[in-house]
Write a protein that binds this ligand. Structure first.
Ligand code: SAH
Length: 239
């Protein structure tokens, strides 16, 4: 039987590999989830797949698990990045959580002309990605980059990576996602939308395809989930 509790750890995993827990992990497993010695926990670290492990030491602030057998090979989502302009904290957290569940390989918060938020807590966002991966049964945790200026990112853009530029001025028009495989990025703007200069620049890039997300203007967090759904069902691992 597979363990119900899943935990992301930083250590290597392998046959009979002991894994020492951090204080927070011990608190979660033994304080919150009420596990004790002999209980099973599924572990993953983003590299070695998922391993079934047994609790061999359970303390208030520490503990040790030992890997028994691999229960999932390591998998990676398709080569899809999500670029989004951070919004209010709770909605930014939501975007990172949903992008992890939806299978983005890399998440890049971008500062656009109309982005309200000047900074993001990259470590906190990464913690959200780990939690989302624990919850959704995946073995992969997307990298969450630091806030990056959209200008700078586009200046160094690899032309092989296509951009699904979600352009709110196309709402209601036809702007389908091209069915072209390969590395992609989705770009979602802030509450204020994209500036004219940004829109001009993106329209001039060969790698960028302006797409519509339907007839209604979506909030940025909804738009992120909608675009990820569209991409995964057209080009990704839902097909
Ligand atoms: N304030 C803007 C809307 C911004 S919505 C306005 O009223 O026009 C936030 C982001 O979600 C947009 O920048 C875009 O990337 C995406 N988005 C929302 N609805 C969309 C739609 N129907 N088509 C394409 N992109 C959309």
């Amino acid at each position: 039987m597979s363990a119900k509790v899943r935990l992301f750890v930083e250590q290597p995993l392998g046959p009979a590999q002991p894994v020492a827990l951090t204080r927070e992990q011990a608190h979660y497993l033994f304080g919150v989830m009420r596990l004790g010695p002999g209980a099973q926990v599924a572990l993953f670290n983003g590299e070695d797949g998922e391993w079934q492990s047994d609790v061999v030491e359970a303390g208030k602030r520490k503990g040790v698990l030992v890997c028994r057998q691999q229960s999932q090979q390591q998998s990676r989502p398709p080569d899809l990045w999500l670029l989004f302009a951070p919004i209010k904290k709770a909605r930014t957290d939501f975007i990172v959580e949903k992008a992890t569940e939806m299978g983005a390989r890399r998440i890049i918060p971008v500062q656009t002309d109309f982005t309200n938020s000047e900074r993001v807590r990259q470590d906190r966002l990464h913690a959200h990605a780990k939690e989302a991966a624990e919850q959704c049964g995946g073995t992969f945790v997307p990298e969450v980059a630091d806030l990056t200026k959209l200008d700078a990112l586009l200046a160094g853009w690899d032309s092989q990576r296509r951009i699904a530029f979600c352009d709110e001025t196309l709402a209601g028009a036809s702007g389908p996602l091209p069915d072209t495989p390969g590395p992609w990025a989705i770009l979602i703007g802030p509450e204020g939308g994209f500036s004219d200069a940004e829109r001009r620049r993106l329209h001039a890039m060969d790698a960028a395809f302006a797409i519509s997300l339907g007839p209604r203007i979506l909030r940025a967090d909804t738009a992120a989930v909608a675009a990820l759904t569209l991409w995964q069902s057209t080009l990704g691992d839902w097909r």
